[in-house]
Ligand binder design. Structure first.
Ligand code: GLA
Length: 365
């Protein structure tokens, strides 16, 4: 029996820089991590049935993706994926499987994209239906809109489908051009989890996006990644854009510039420009805190503690309102760094923070 099980899996991600830029066609620089979601499944003639190793609800759909019962909780994600693939012409083919995840939920490592990508791959394989990876990323993105109404961008599923071990993925979410940026072997990625859980479904994510979109028309069709901070500010003032929307725009325009500068710093011919990386991550964090207003005091504290403990660079990562800080740290000192920062954070806040030296991974298989 067991030998007949097929498996598809998809990694979580951590974003190095380029936050809240994806849904206005901007630049992002995520890394796929060695944690993810796996679906072990076998063909089943008449139904799509998925259980979770972690949650009680089971997904039960017709082979074409039509729901057979009320959908609630995590099952909304696979159901939305199945319906979208059906609309794209996936033949009705069932499967019976179990989903398991090693991506901690609500920590900013994109557990939901890992889930939608792993399920999409299983459904495609079960029906011998193929889509280009970037299209699959759009399916996963759209599934999140449909499942929980959160207007996320392309970054998370694209990272899960296109990234490579030991590299970051530089993706232009407007043109969909992408390339791999080698990570400096001497720097480790440390993820510091604040222990403050977020669900984008209940956070200010959609509100932030709407606020930014109030400002975008002042660019006259140009993407925020194609203008300078000064030009954007002048255009916003001339168009009478309100102060909040102007700050949201300033974050996004400056963040796109920071992504480009960060890639230059990582690829500097003489080796990574540590000073530049530190300054860019710090400026990115401050911009998310002050202009985009998605940080929380716990993330600000973690960034401060990471700096004091010798991080080369540290900033909040992901959508915000909780979740994690990403730090670049000298590899030889990374384990001690993670333990020291966590101990200091727990002592200061009493929260269940954790620190983890992360290995990078290849995209979904
Ligand atoms: C979440 C979303 C992404 C992106 C980030 C912020 O992770 O899923 O699309 O917008 O927030 O950069």
């Amino acid at each position: 029996m067991t030998s007949r099980l097929a498996e598809t899996s998809a990694p979580g991600r951590v974003n190095l820089i380029g936050e809240h830029t994806d849904y206005s066609g901007g630049l992002v620089l995520p890394v796929a991590l060695d944690c993810g979601v796996a679906v072990r499944w076998q063909p089943e003639p008449a139904a799509i049935r998925l259980r979770s190793a972690e949650f009680p609800e089971t997904v039960e759909l017709a082979a074409d993706g039509t729901p057979r019962s009320e959908l609630a909780g995590w099952v909304r994600y696979p159901a939305a994926v199945a319906q979208l693939l059906h609309e794209l012409g996936r033949p009705a083919a069932g499967l019976d499987g179990t989903i398991s995840s090693t991506v901690p939920i609500g920590t900013g490592l994109s557990s939901s994209a890992a889930l939608t990508v792993a399920v999409a791959l299983a459904l495609c394989r079960a029906a011998e239906f193929e889509l280009p990876r970037i299209e699959l990323a759009h399916v996963a993105q759209e599934a999140e809109h449909r499942a929980v109404g959160v207007p996320v961008g392309l970054m998370d599923p694209a990272a899960s489908l296109l990234a490579r071990r030991d590299h970051a993925l530089l993706l232009d979410c407007g043109t969909e051009e992408h390339r791999l940026v080698p990570l400096p072997p001497r720097l480790a990625i440390v993820v510091l989890d604040s222990g403050v859980r977020h669900a984008l479904e209940h956070s200010g994510y959609a509100a932030r996006r709407a606020e930014l979109e109030r400002a975008l028309p002042c660019l006259g069709g140009a993407r925020p990644s194609a203008v300078t901070v000064e030009a954007a500010e002048a255009a916003a003032l001339a168009a009478g854009v309100d102060e909040v929307a102007r700050r949201r725009l300033r974050h996004v325009v400056s963040e796109n510039e920071r992504v480009r500068a960060c890639v230059r710093a990582l690829e500097a011919p003489a080796g990574p420009d540590r000073k530049a990386l530190g300054a860019l991550f710090r400026a990115g964090h401050e911009s998310l805190r002050d202009d985009f207003e998605v940080s929380i005091p716990e993330l600000d504290l973690l960034v401060e503690l990471a700096g004091a403990a010798g991080a080369v660079a540290a900033r909040m990562t992901g959508g915000g309102f909780g979740g994690s800080v990403v730090a670049l740290v000298d590899r030889h000192a990374a384990e001690k760094f993670a333990a020291d920062v966590t101990a200091a954070y727990v002592a200061r806040t009493g929260r269940a923070g954790t620190g983890r030296v992360c290995a990078t991974a290849d995209a979904a298989a």
